[in-house]
Write a protein that binds this ligand. Structure first.
Ligand SMILES: [Zn+2]
Length: 152
């Protein structure tokens, strides 16, 4: 008989950018906040069975500094706001091959997380010296699915 594993898992999805443009108190960039839907699911042997908790993460689209909102609050803020579509980003990861360690036991921390503002053309390096797992966590925090990795 196989072992039955019970637990919870988080799923995140970027819903969009809403509200007024505000300066981030952490990175000082002025943007509308990103709203990331966050659902915690109970699972049995990794098959989701039912959602336990739904929240929204309202965060700076650049550094991801933000707050957690109740599902209702998040939904209301999104509905009250016109998404005028004037904020667009491209997110990508640079793999700096020259910084890749030689030894097979060494952790490869040669990834950089970048965001390009598609309106102004500004490219921002959000974080560097990242491992593959760091990149995975950053993607998850921001509710992003596909982020291109570019070897440089
Ligand atoms: Zn910020």
């Amino acid at each position: 008989m196989g072992m039955i594993v019970y637990g919870t898992r988080f799923f995140t999805k970027l819903e969009g950018y809403y509200g007024a443009k505000e300066e981030c108190q952490y990175c000082h960039k002025v943007y509308k906040k990103a709203y990331v839907k966050c659902t915690e699911w109970a699972h049995l042997s990794y098959l989701p069975i039912f959602p336990i908790k739904r929240t929204y993460l309202k965060m700076c689209p650049i550094c991801a500094y933000g707050v957690e909102l109740k599902n209702k609050e998040g939904k209301a803020e999104i509905e009250d706001s016109n998404d005028t579509n004037d904020q667009k980003f491209e997110t990508y990861v640079k793999h700096i091959l020259i910084k890749k360690p030689k030894g097979i036991m060494a952790t490869d921390r040669s990834y950089e997380f970048w965001i390009k503002d598609l309106i102004t053309g500004e490219e921002i390096c959000v974080a560097s010296d990242l491992s593959k797992d760091d990149v995975k966590n950053m993607k998850k925090d921001r509710g992003l699915k596909n982020v291109q990795i570019i070897d440089v």
